[in-house]
Design a protein around this ligand. Structure first.
Ligand SMILES: CC(C)(COP(=O)(O)OP(=O)(O)OC[C@H]1O[C@@H](n2cnc3c(N)ncnc32)[C@H](O)[C@@H]1OP(=O)(O)O)[C@@H](O)C(=O)NCCC(=O)NCCS
Length: 346
């Protein structure tokens, strides 16, 4: 019979936070030993922003210790506050030396109880599945009664991108995009673009293939964009934005990249969206080309850019393949009702 002592992790309690981070980081290294995962200050800021009652989400972070007080399991709930009131997003990891002893099951039960206490009815978790390695997270998710809601495919692009390839692609796209202008920036969103950006973020939440994901429309305004930008600044992430504006200066396409400033080798693709009524003008490709060029200029040490797309998102995948991205595994999304059955231990 396992016993795990659960503690709540406060971002300003350095000792508990440090132990929690060590478990998360060690578990992340198992799947992909070569690449940096979330950095400690990024997670700490995520928790700090999650304790702001006016922010877009609340967080709960839990640490599990074994009978000897050793940290063995770490988990986090993100609870959306503006929308999706039934949802709790879960991240759950067990220290590599402590697997298959029931700690994951125990910590999941504790997170589930916190989600129930917060009035949530659905848990959602993502499992990283690098190529060729059976993921423990998938077997665990099936065992605890979760079902797979969507498969996303991860693709990576070597940076800096090939300049000739970008130029040829751009030349092929520009004739389709008459009447639009492109604009890029680094850091926080320029004030005059906040409303347009909020509208595209709202659309992004429902205009992408959602499979069986239990997600509903997000509520966005200029303030929420400012909060998102402020989090990136506090996390020391350098962000690059690129947009297309139509003849009335309305924002109709958006893409965003992010780089951890202290460890810029790996960059991340964040949202990309073209407003439905402006699709077919190659704007998705053009904003991505503009963002990639700006990224190469402001972050020359970045070597890899990772993006995730639903496997059925044919248009976005075609754009990414044209840019030179290659597949690098999958990420599966899992849902379970809060209070759902616990694993029967075999
Ligand atoms: C998934 C994870 C949290 C499981 O932690 P754990 O403490 O080993 O899980 P438990 O001991 O509670 O396992 C419960 C059951 O899940 C199944 N299971 C867990 N890991 C498994 C594996 N590698 N292969 C097959 N089945 C597995 C088993 O049925 C297990 O019961 P058993 O050991 O009696 O056979 C851990 O492997 C991990 O941190 N993985 C990386 C992060 C991740 O994928 N997290 C989950 C999604 S957020």
């Amino acid at each position: 019979v396992v016993g795990v002592r659960i503690e709540q992790v406060e971002p300003d309690d350095a000792a508990t936070f440090g132990a929690w981070f060590e478990v998360l980081d060690a578990a992340g290294q198992v799947a992909r030993p070569e690449e940096p995962d979330w950095l400690p200050h990024e997670l700490r800021q995520h928790l700090l922003h999650g304790s702001d009652p006016d922010g877009p989400y609340a967080t709960v972070a839990l640490l599990g210790r074994d009978d000897d007080g050793r940290p063995v399991a770490a988990g986090r709930l993100d609870l959306p506050l503006r929308d999706n009131p039934e949802l709790a997003e879960v991240d759950l990891r067990v220290a590599p030396g402590s697997l298959r002893r029931g700690y994951g099951t125990e910590l999941l039960a504790a997170l589930d109880a916190r989600a129930a206490a917060a009035g949530r009815t659905t848990l959602l978790a993502y499992v990283d599945e690098p190529p060729g390695v059976p993921a423990a997270g998938r077997a665990f998710a099936e065992r605890v009664g979760a079902s797979c809601a969507q498969l996303e495919v991860r693709r990576d692009l070597d940076l800096p991108p090939d300049a000739d390839r970008l130029a040829a692609l751009e030349a092929a796209c520009l004739p389709h995009a008459g009447g639009y202008t492109l604009r890029t920036w680094t850091g926080s969103t320029p004030e005059e673009l906040l409303d347009g950006r909020a509208e595209l973020s709202r659309r992004m939440s429902i205009d992408v293939p959602l499979g069986e994901l239990p997600l509903s429309e997000e509520v966005w305004d200029a303030d929420r964009v400012r909060q998102k930008d402020a989090l990136a600044v506090d996390q020391q992430r350098l962000t690059v934005g690129a947009v297309a504006l139509d003849g009335q200066d309305q924002m109709v396409a958006l893409t965003e990249l992010a780089v951890p400033r202290p460890e810029p080798v790996r960059a991340y693709q964040w949202d990309t969206i073209v407003a439905a009524e402006h699709r077919g003008h190659r704007l998705g490709t053009l904003v991505k080309i503009a963002a990639l060029r700006r990224l190469a200029a402001v972050s020359p040490r970045s070597r890899l850019l990772s993006t995730w797309n639903a496997q059925e998102n044919a248009h976005m995948i075609a754009v990414n393949e044209a840019l030179g991205f290659r597949t690098a595994g999958t990420e599966s999304a899992w849902t379970r009702p809060v209070g759902g059955r616990r694993a029967a231990r075999g």
